[in-house]
Structure formats: structure tokens, C-alpha cells
Design a binder for this molecule. Structure first.
Ligand code: NDP
Ligand code: KPL
Length: 317
């Protein structure tokens, strides 16, 4: 049985937690506000493929977590926060995390979460990861709806060295237990590369979906918007060079094909916009624009969509 701490029990954290709870693992969740109250009072409900997974896991806010647990009470700690919350939560939990040795796995979009975590607890404790082919959201406090095959890719961060893989045994256990729990999970020996490939998708569709209100299928099958999606993806591919990742034309075409053939998903950024929550714009489009600037290249699609979203955000109401 795995003992797992899920920091941030939203669409992604709540879905994967429910799958693991269903398979008999011990999962502690962190949450706050109305979601925390509802999880405590009524448990966690995840709607997936016409059925409900219902569980009553232990749920804490971060102060209670620090008071009740030692980090090494867990086999792994998973971060499933929005990237907008990574810095503040790492700050909040930093001293507590420093008391232990347990590895921390990020399951967030963007390429700057693992570096932030590595600065706080040391790169040797960081496992990189991403949630793939999933759309999952809190529809009301305590209740999550999810769709898609909901895979996970994870690996030593930033890449597996041929000689030293500190988490080899844990990674093998996670892959085997996650798969047995119905979460299709694979290992990557170059997870930073995979995170960049995912950023190609996210920069392609997330900001434009928040701007237009359209889902991924409508965007990728629209005569004009599909060209903007492709353009924003191409700018992300170009930006990857700044991190020494060097994605190419085949990554661009693979990622465009993947998102075009996926379910019609309302992106997490569109959901945040509709709920009036902060957007992961800086960790998606901002990450691309900063690198393009450093490389001295233009990113006109990404900068235009970012500027239009900024104007929208300033509008009253
Ligand atoms: N949703 C999706 O379909 C997909 C999302 N992703 C990525 O996965 C990551 C997680 O996204 P998602 O699950 O949608 O995010 P959510 O916003 O649904 O969930 C994050 C949860 O963390 C909570 N949280 C934030 N700060 C704290 C804190 N200090 N203490 C306790 N709880 C806290 C939030 O609470 P509060 O609301 O109060 O801030 C929220 O409930 C993101 O990087 C996203 O881009 C990847 C693939 C698909
Ligand atoms: C684009 C998508 C749905 C792909 O899983 C995603 O990662 C998100 O909504 O943030």
C-alpha cells in the first residue's frame, strides 16, 4: 500500500487521489476554503465515465498538515496545484518539507515548477511529472468531474542519468501501483523534454481558449484559430532551445495532432477564467515569451494573445 500526500485536491489531484483510494492506497489530501469544508463533511466525489467514485480520505489545510504529519510519513508527496500557487505553497511548506527526505512529484503544467521545487528542497528530491489526456475540474465544493484516459508521465528530474537514478525503485513502484489503480502511467528518462512537449499543447490552446471561450476541438478545427494554435505551438518549440531542450518539427506536428484528435476539452485556463480565478498565463505563455526574448526571437502569436487576455482582465465586471 502506498502512503501518498496530495497537495491540492482540485480537478487533477482529486481525480488521481480517488483512483488511488479506490485501489486501497492511503491518500491524505490538502485543500482550503469551501472545498476543504465539503471534503470533510461529505467526502470526495469524482464523476468519471458515468459513475461516481466516493471516498472519505483524511483532508487538512497546510497548518494542520504541518502539525499532524512528518513529511516522511509519506512514500511520495504529489503537487497538483495550479502553477500560480507553486511559489507560495513551496514557501508555506518549505521548512516542513526540509525536515524530511521524501521525494516530491509535480503533476503540473509548465516548465518552471520543478526548478522552483528544486531550489527549495534540492534537485535530488524532485520527480518531474505531468497529467496527460485529462480534463478534470471542481464542479462544486467536494465534487470533481473528469474525462479522458487520464495518463501520467513521470521521471527523474530533469532527466535520468545513466549512472545515478536516486528514485529508480520508488518510480518503478509508482508506475506499477498507479497502473494497477487504473491510471495509465509511464516513465520517461527525459521528463523535462516531455514537460516541454506538453507546454507546446498548453501554450497552443490554453490562452486562446480563455480568450475565445472555445474548447480544444473547436479551436483546432477552426479555419483561422487552428492557424493561431499552430503558430503558438511553433513559438513554444522555438522557445525550448533556451532550456537546451531543442524540440523540432516532429514534436510540433505530433502535439498538434494529439490535441486535434483529443476530446473537446474545456481547458483548465478557460475554467479558471469562467470562475474568475488567476490564470496560469505567466507559467504558460509567459514562460515562452521570456525564453524567446532571451533568444532574441519574436513570438507574435503568443504576445498578441497574452496582450488581448490582459486587456480582457482589466475590463470591469
Ligand atoms: N484541470 C485539467 O483538466 C488539467 C490541469 N492540468 C494542470 O494540473 C495542475 C492542477 O490543475 P487543476 O487540478 O485544474 O487545479 P485546481 O485549481 O482544480 O486545483 C488546485 C487546488 O489546489 C488548491 N490550493 C491552492 N493553494 C492551496 C493552499 N495554500 N492550501 C490548500 N489548497 C490549495 C486550490 O484551492 P483554491 O481554489 O482555493 O485556490 C485548488 O482546489 C495545473 O498545473 C494544471 O494546468 C493538466 C492537465 C489537465
Ligand atoms: C489542454 C489540456 C486539456 C490537455 O490535457 C490541459 O492540459 C489543460 O486544460 O490545462
Amino acid at each position: 500500500m502506498l502512503r501518498l500526500l496530495m497537495v491540492g485536491a482540485g480537478g487533477i489531484g482529486g481525480y488521481y487521489a480517488a483512483r488511488l483510494l479506490d485501489a486501497g492506497h492511503q491518500v491524505v489530501l490538502t485543500a482550503r476554503g469551501e472545498h476543504l469544508t465539503a471534503l470533510r463533511e461529505n467526502g470526495l466525489t469524482v464523476r468519471y465515465d458515468g459513475s461516481d467514485l466516493v471516498h472519505r480520505p483524511e483532508v487538512s489545510d497546510h497548518q494542520q498538515l504541518i502539525a499532524r504529519f512528518h513529511p516522511d510519513d509519506f512514500d511520495v508527496i504529489v503537487l497538483a496545484l495550479k502553477a500560480t500557487a507553486t511559489a507560495s505553497v513551496v514557501e508555506e511548506l518549505g521548512d516542513w518539507l526540509a525536515q524530511g527526505r521524501v521525494p516530491v512529484l509535480s503533476l503540473q503544467n509548465g516548465v518552471d515548477n520543478e526548478p522552483l521545487l528544486a531550489d527549495a528542497i534540492g534537485a535530488g528530491r524532485v520527480i518531474g511529472g505531468l497529467a496527460v489526456r485529462i480534463g478534470g475540474h471542481i464542479v462544486r465544493p467536494g465534487v470533481i468531474e473528469a474525462e479522458g484516459v487520464a495518463q501520467i508521465v513521470m521521471g527523474e528530474w530533469p532527466a535520468a542519468e545513466r549512472t545515478a537514478c536516486p528514485h529508480q525503485q520508488l518510480l518503478e513502484t509508482l508506475v506499477s501501483e498507479f497502473n494497477a489503480a487504473g491510471i495509465p502511467t509511464t516513465l520517461s528518462d527525459r521528463i523535462r523534454h516531455e514537460l516541454w512537449r506538453k507546454l507546446v499543447i498548453n501554450n497552443g490552446v490554453n490562452p486562446l481558449s480563455a480568450l475565445t471561450g472555445l474548447d480544444t476541438r473547436s479551436l483546432t478545427h477552426h479555419p483561422e484559430f487552428s492557424r493561431i494554435v499552430y503558430g503558438m505551438m511553433a513559438e513554444t518549440v522555438a522557445a525550448s532551445r533556451a532550456d537546451g531542450v531543442n524540440l523540432g518539427q516532429s514534436d510540433l506536428d505530433d502535439m498538434f495532432e494529439l490535441i486535434s484528435s483529443f476530446n473537446a476539452i474545456k481547458t483548465s485556463m478557460l475554467v479558471d477564467k469562467e470562475k474568475g480565478r488567476p490564470l496560469e498565463l505567466d507559467s504558460i505563455a509567459g514562460a515562452v515569451l521570456r525564453r524567446c526574448r532571451d533568444l532574441g526571437i519574436e513570438a507574435p502569436y503568443t504576445s498578441t494573445v497574452t496582450a488581448l487576455l490582459a486587456i480582457e482582465a482589466e475590463k470591469p465586471g
